[in-house]
Design a protein around this ligand. Sequence first.
Ligand code: SAM
Length: 440
Amino acid sequence: MSTVMAREDRLLRHGGEAKIRGAPLLVVRIAEIEGRGRAVVASEPLRAGQIVIRDSPILLYSALPLTILPPPHQPQQQHYHNLYCSNCFRILQKPSIPTLVSCSSCSSALFCGSNCRSVALSSSHTPWVCQALTRLRDCPSPLQLHHHRDRQVQARFLVAAYNLALVSPSDFQTLLSLQGDCSSTAQPEEAALFLHFLISSLCPPLPSQNSTGFGFSLELTASLLAKDKLNAFGLMEPFSEDTQRSVRAYGIYPKACFFNHDCLPNACRFDYVDADSATQHNTDIIVRVIHDVPQGREICLSYFPVNLKYSDRQRRLRDDYGFTCQCDRCKVEANWSDEEDLGDDSNSDEEKDEELMDEDLDEHMDMADSATEDCSVVNRDDDFPHAYFFLRYMCNGNNCWGTLAPLPPSGVTPSSAMECNVCGNLKYYKELMDGDALHQ
Ligand SMILES: C[S@@+](CC[C@H](N)C(=O)[O-])C[C@H]1O[C@@H](n2cnc3c(N)ncnc32)[C@H](O)[C@@H]1O
């Protein structure tokens, strides 16, 4: 067992249940499930819409490429298009606001105000991060970092992670305790080799043995990258019907990272990053159950939009998360044939994907039409919950494909308003069943 793994084991395992940073979990617990690792399980019956976890990130980093940012007070609005505060990650919509400030020593970070800047200077944007990002951004072109957006984002993660070891050793230990390590592969991945070389040759030296006891090494770099790949949550750009949405920042959330995946999840997560600037913790994520969940049942999220077709889901889960999904929906859809559905060969792959998705959904919807007569189907363990799921819990907004969860119940009364976790619109149960959802 590697040093990293041995330490992880000591830090984490505690009577079969994992210790979790921060406030104790109340309505859920973390349990080990064979073949699935740690999992979030309801410790009491949960009501539709109930919040099960509210979680703050231990680490947040930008998903944007390493570029020189425009100076504050830059009058041209377009320069700020899709730029975010480097601390709170709210969108910088108003370039003329007098509070916009940049880092005083680099042009890699822009903040929505002096408060965010001073928080960042003592946490996520320390002098070491400032120099490291500047040197990586200006790295000589033969090293090819400029052409490789994914590697730039991974470099940002590694800089943020090694900085975490310096500024918050306990959070760094939490990061090390998450699933993902390099011990399963004999050779460190190419990304780890490349990025480790880049950081060790370009960035200011890190203390060889910091207070966490972990030295800067290729093994640790590879392990950190694996943890990021399996556990990071993306905070998306604001929703727009017309454009493809991408990630504005990635975060490591020490409780939410225990949710396993299901292609028909019973919970979904919300974030409100662009909430009122007076709101603290705007990068928290909140997980709510989408329907009643009995005590002892595992609570799962979907790691991607629920509309993906079977083969794409299987591929992503295998390639990105290292497991074969055997959820109820996959068992049913494993018998469906993609080849039969491929249709006109002249269409692009994207068009084919959309057609397949529409056909998959049509099939679900047909089943759902006959299922809606009997609302009890939601609790049945056969094919129908799949169809019912799409009708009731998938947003039908243009280009959205979000998941709907009821607003939190007030007392014992469930809410009839369903909130979409992608577009944010509210829909009402009756309109959903009538196929005429009300957008507000
Ligand atoms: C974000 S972590 C979830 C928590 C993880 N089980 C743990 O022990 O820390 C993601 C990893 O959990 C495992 N996992 C998630 N969903 C799974 C599922 N439906 N079946 C099997 N393993 C799953 C996979 O190893 C995946 O890479």
